[in-house]
Design a protein around this ligand. Structure first.
Ligand SMILES: Cc1cc2nc3c(=O)[nH]c(=O)nc-3n(C[C@H](O)[C@H](O)[C@H](O)COP(=O)(O)OP(=O)(O)OC[C@H]3O[C@@H](n4cnc5c(N)ncnc54)[C@H](O)[C@@H]3O)c2cc1C
Ligand code: SF4
Length: 496
């Protein structure tokens, strides 16, 4: 704490976003390049060294937040980078994508706006890359043990990096043609540009990780062969089995799952396609589902120049301030949050009756209707009360040429005879592959990390679980481990 009164004299300021009218014309990140650096030192200095840092406890990775806040305030970026990388393999991912439960737990947040922890994190990570503090750290000696990681999302990448640094020879198998999981083909580049992912993958390669893309384990290569070839296996295949919306008209053309739509837009960005076959251009778009995946569809549809866009959320609009009774500090409260995508929706004329940010709260989808050619043309909805009972007389229709269902995911895919069956994996309480507190399944040498075990969750949890599972694998292979285990990686509930 360079200035002990920083929290009294400096107001919270967040990373500035580029003007909406500018950023909806491209796919670059929404923030002003370099906009954080002039303000971040004073923001880090708002950390009041409270003594019991609940922020550190609230972060699934156990990031050493007060330590790096102080180092940034003192302008010691190299040391800040070291402390940050001690607990987080990919801080430029979390600094951009994490919903920051740490900030909800910041002691300052009891009666003032929290320290901008996530902004400080991304500033350190970006500066570390710019200054050349991030380098490949290949192991000094090899253990002679081999590990296969199935899936190259943040959980698989974190596990692979940790195990490689521990000296094991690691191969990552990925069924997609590129590495990255949802960071590659789910999350749009205006939230995190793919170059962030690419340079980390290059770092992993330089450290010795081998990537095998376009190989689906359980289909292209049998799980039994993988087990025979490697000493241990980490299953990090994500939770990609999406929730359906079982209403009349679901079969109409133009009604798609969010994860059918978003990967195509990402493939345009990668240069694989000139135009997305599902582009929203010129269409009335209705997104069913009020979560972050829905918001990603919204930002994508705005950039594809949709004619209008609405996002339906079955829950009532949350309040602007924490409900101290129901969600007391330091829990992560459900609040009305205006994401960058919602800010951008004002650029479009949203569909009739939608709010300026394109959202319709307490809205339940009744059915879809279409034209004579079997193409969707209207979404019929009704307002609901807190018990999801329809309010009489509130039924209405929205024009829709493209409907995107963004209702979340059940858990990992369970194809009969597929990966789970071939490995003999059970299903746990949360719908993911069953594993114990040390991420081990009942099958010797097979471990599960990330959304595949946890169910649909967050990037920060995927990295935390990848790190923790790597420590468990290392111990299983060698009898002990020096790999760190993130605090709380075993016992926290889903979500934040
Ligand atoms: C649209 C969208 C936006 C999101 N936005 C955010 C956000 O802003 N912030 C946040 O914190 N979280 C966000 N999330 C959640 C976050 O992306 C996930 O929690 C995280 O990616 C999970 O990481 P993972 O490594 O467990 O799985 P994934 O990222 O899903 O990676 C799993 C990988 O395994 C591969 N795979 C599956 N089966 C096989 C097989 N049999 N053989 C080989 N490979 C296989 C898949 O192709 C995939 O690449 C978002 C999710 C979605 C869908
Ligand atoms: S990873 Fe998330 S919870 Fe942890 S310090 Fe960063 S923003 Fe906060």
């Amino acid at each position: 704490m360079a200035d002990p009164k920083g929290f009294l004299t400096t107001p919270r300021r967040e990373a500035p976003r580029r003007p909406v009218e500018e950023r909806v014309r491209d796919w670059d990140e929404v923030y002003v390049p370099g906009g954080l650096l002039p303000i971040v030192g004073a923001q880090a200095d708002r950390c009041m060294d409270c003594g019991i840092p609940f922020c550190h406890e609230a972060c699934p990775l156990g990031n050493l937040i007060p330590e790096w806040n102080e180092l940034v305030a003192r302008d010691d970026w190299r040391a800040a980078s070291e402390r940050l990388h001690a607990t987080n393999n990919f801080p430029e991912f979390t600094g951009r994508l994490c919903p920051a439960p740490c900030e909800a737990g910041c002691v300052l947040a009891i009666n003032q706006p929290a320290v901008t922890i996530k902004n400080v994190e991304v500033a350190i990570a970006d500066r570390a890359w710019d200054e050349g503090f991030v380098a490949a750290r290949p192991p000094e000696r090899l253990s002679g043990r081999t590990v296969a990681v199935i899936g190259s999302g943040p959980a698989g990448l974190a596990a692979a990096q940790q195990l490689t640094r521990a000296g094991h020879t690691v191969a990552v198998y990925e069924r997609d043609d590129r590495v990255g999981g949802l960071l590659r083909y789910g999350i749009p580049s205006f939230k995190m540009e793919k170059r962030q992912l690419d340079r980390r993958v290059a770092q992993l390669v330089a450290e010795g990780v081998r990537f095998r893309t376009s190989v689906e384990i359980g289909r292209d290569l049998g799980a039994d062969r993988l087990r025979a070839r490697y000493d241990a296996v980490v299953v990090a295949t994500g939770a990609t089995a999406w929730r359906e919306l079982d209403v009349l008209g679901r079969e109409l053309a133009g009604v798609h799952q969010a994860m059918e739509y978003l990967p195509l837009a990402n493939r345009v960005g990668e240069g694989d396609l000139a135009v997305s076959p599902l582009t929203a251009e010129g269409k009335h778009v209705v997104i069913v589902g009020g979560g972050d995946t829905g918001a990603d569809c919204l930002g994508t549809a705005v950039r594809e120049r949709a004619a209008s866009v609405s996002q339906l959320d079955i829950y009532a609009q949350p309040g602007d301030v924490r409900d101290e009774e129901a969600e007391p500090w330091p829990t992560y409260p459900k609040l009305y949050r205006l994401s960058a995508a919602h800010e951008e929706a004002g650029e479009l004329r949203t569909a009739p009756a939608a709010d300026a940010d394109a959202r319709l709260f307490a809205a339940s989808t009744l059915r879809f209707t279409g034209d004579a050619d079997g193409h969707v043309r209207q979404v019929h909805l009704v307002e609901v009360d807190a018990g999801r009972r329809p309010r009489v007389g509130t039924e209405r229709g929205l024009p829709a040429d493209l409907v995107l269902i963004a209702l979340g995911f059940h858990g990992p895919e369970r194809r009969a005879g597929g990966l789970g069956d071939q490995l003999g994996l059970g299903i746990g309480e949360r719908g993911g592959f069953a594993r114990d507190a040390a991420f081990a399944t009942e099958v010797p040498g097979v471990f599960v990390a990330g959304d595949a075990g946890r169910g649909q969750s967050l990037v920060v949890w995927a990295i935390a679980e990848g790190r923790a599972a790597a420590a468990a694998v290392d111990r299983w292979l060698t009898g002990s481990t020096r790999l760190p285990v993130p605090i709380g990686a075993h016992d926290r509930p889903m979500g934040v």
